[in-house]
Design a protein around this ligand. Structure first.
Ligand code: F6P
Length: 549
């Protein structure tokens, strides 16, 4: 766990006290080179940290935390395939999934590359056949709809990337994602689909996740009912599985050739680079998928080799630690401005909150500080007309990531410049606000009578000093998306190291699963509700009375 009494930690707290009253307005006014000092460009992606409430001294002290936490040592352990996910006795080798050079993955103790390449070849062969219309359904029709059935990491990553890269998508293939166990999710989709031209990808690392398995079984029944006597032959023509549990996939009725493997060293929320990315390969082609991998690979190399003070994921992580542990922010907003990044906030919620949403360190002791903030977000344009009021005048400290691309994904004229103008205006307004003096001058210039000015004035002032990072990609293509996502992954890793957390387990999701297992028979009336808490027992009674199951 972090030693919050260490000299570095204490120096940071003291420094925070000394800059607590400083305003971004003053920092910018005092330093004409602030933007160039606090922004970095990598492979065409610009990351501007200058609107964070950070100065050179704070950065230096934060870099000291990386020494105390032995960040370089942990980074080596990650890339060497050491079992740093000790509570599950697993290595964490997702960077190997995006390694595109020949030979073994550098520095890893076991050579995982032969199996990784074998699965990539399998994905290429399969996705090319589907995309070329050569993979036929039971009646001989080509595939037109692909339905990914999965949840959490087996849904959010591929769904987000497929949406992000929709401009590059195969025009004849429609991609769908079903995750919710609520029958409305699957039912409202399949009523629009033709089973003869529908392919299901059942994605589940464990192949035991309740939501996924119930949806997969319902989809299988739907397909088999449509195929009638041909059902047995139809199943492998319309279903493939992505899983580390081949045995269960076989038990579901799929031959080995329909199973795309992943391994225990691929964490669910880090799995989009594996065969979990099959929908991505189907949508944009395997070459496009490999461009995504190569962007992520470039970020891996940057993370491994760039000096820490010029290292994007390290800086993002340290600034996050500063905001959370020293400025006291309990939340952090992700504000993508491009429609194609609609699912990025949910993806990052799982990545960050499932990884570092913990209060116990690797040593089993309670952390002496708060770890991950609550991550949330929305398309920035929509947020502006909804919750941004609170960001501007609500009095909460909400650090944000503003994300956009310089070029648009789509060709309609007249949209991109206003989009970017709003994108830039919001982070500037949040940082610099509007002083009472400026607000008064504006009202006077508008000819507002002086007695009205006095009553309006408090409502027209913006405190500002709301920190944000601005990220601008040249365009949202596979390569730059790969860069962006791997940057966030490594940011989460670095923060886990600083906080002394195992970022790769997720025991916190187990209790609810266990309880649901116990409540199901009670809900169905097969067992009594005795022994359950009063509220849950009464709620079960209500559901039984009014439910239709
Ligand atoms: O319950 C949480 C979780 O285990 C996530 O970590 C994971 O991404 C998701 O469920 C889905 O798991 P699986 O791929 O095994 O179905």
């Amino acid at each position: 766990m972090p030693n919050t009494t260490s000299p570095a930690w204490r120096a940071l707290a003291e420094h925070r006290d000394s800059v607590a009253q400083s305003h971004l307005r003053d920092w910018f006014a005092a330093d004409p080179a602030r933007f160039s000092r606090l922004s970095l460009e990598f492979e065409g992606m610009l990351v501007d940290f200058s609107k964070q409430r950070i100065d050179q001294r704070a950065l230096e002290l934060l870099l000291d935390l990386t020494k105390d936490a032995d960040l370089k040592g942990w980074r080596d352990r990650l890339f060497s395939g050491e079992k740093i996910n000790f509570s599950e006795n697993r290595a964490v080798l997702h960077p190997a999934l995006r390694y595109l050079k020949t030979g073994p993955f550098p520095s890893a103790e076991t050579d995982v590359m032969p199996q990784v390449r074998e699965v990539r070849a399998h994905m290429r062969q399969f996705s090319e056949r589907v995309r070329a219309g050569l993979w036929r359904g039971f009646s001989g029709e080509a595939i037109r709809d692909v339905v990914n059935i999965g949840i959490g990491g087996s849904d959010l990553g591929p769904k987000m990337v497929v949406r992000a890269l929709s401009a590059y998508q195969h025009p004849g293939l429609h991609m769908h994602f079903v995750s919710n166990i609520d029958s409305a999710h699957l039912a409202t989709l399949i009523e629009r689909l033709d089973p003869r031209s529908t392919l299901f990808v059942v994605a589940s690392k464990t192949f035991t996740t309740q939501e996924t398995m119930i949806n997969a079984h319902t989809a299988r029944e739907w397909l088999c009912a449509a195929a009638g006597e041909d059902a047995e032959r139809a199943l492998p023509l319309h279903f493939v599985a992505v899983t580390a549990n081949e045995e269960q996939a076989r038990a579901f009725g799929l031959p080995a050739a329909n199973v795309f493997r992943l391994w225990d060293w691929v964490g669910g929320r880090y799995s989009l680079w594996s065969a979990v990315g099959l929908p991505i390969a189907l949508a944009i082609g395997m070459n496009g998928f490999e461009r995504l991998l190569s962007g992520a690979q470039a970020m891996d190399t940057h993370f491994r080799e760039a000096p820490l003070e010029k290292n994007l994921p390290v800086l993002m992580a340290l600034i996050g630690v500063w905001n959370t542990n020293f400025l006291g922010a309990g939340t952090s907003a992700v504000l993508p401005y491009h429609e194609s990044l609609r699912f990025l906030p949910s993806f990052l919620q799982q990545l960050e909150m499932e990884s570092n949403g913990k209060t116990v360190g690797r040593d089993g002791k309670p952390l002496s500080c708060q770890a991950n903030p609550i991550v949330w977000g929305e398309i920035g344009s929509n947020g502006q007309h909804a919750f941004f009021q609170l960001l501007h005048q609500g009095g909460w400290l909400v650090p944000s990531d503003f994300i956009a691309s310089a070029q648009s994904d789509h060709p309609l004229p007249g949209h991109q410049a206003p989009l970017l103008a709003n994108f830039l205006a919001q982070s500037a307004a949040l940082a610099f606000g509007k002083t009472e003096q400026d607000a008064r001058a504006e009202l006077e210039a508008a000819g507002v009578p002086s007695e009205q000015i006095e009553s309006l004035l408090p409502h027209k002032v913006f405190a500002g000093n709301q920190p944000s990072t601005t990220i601008i990609l040249p365009r949202i293509d596979a390569y730059h998306l790969g860069l962006l996502l791997a940057m966030y992954e490594h940011k989460v890793f670095v923060q886990g190291v600083i906080w002394g957390i195992n970022s790769f387990d997720q025991w916190g999701v187990e209790l609810g699963k266990q309880l649901a297992g116990r409540l199901l028979p009670a809900l169905k009336g097969e067992t009594a509700t005795e022994g359950l808490d009063q509220s849950t027992s009464a709620l079960i009674g209500w559901c039984r009375e009014y439910g239709d199951f």
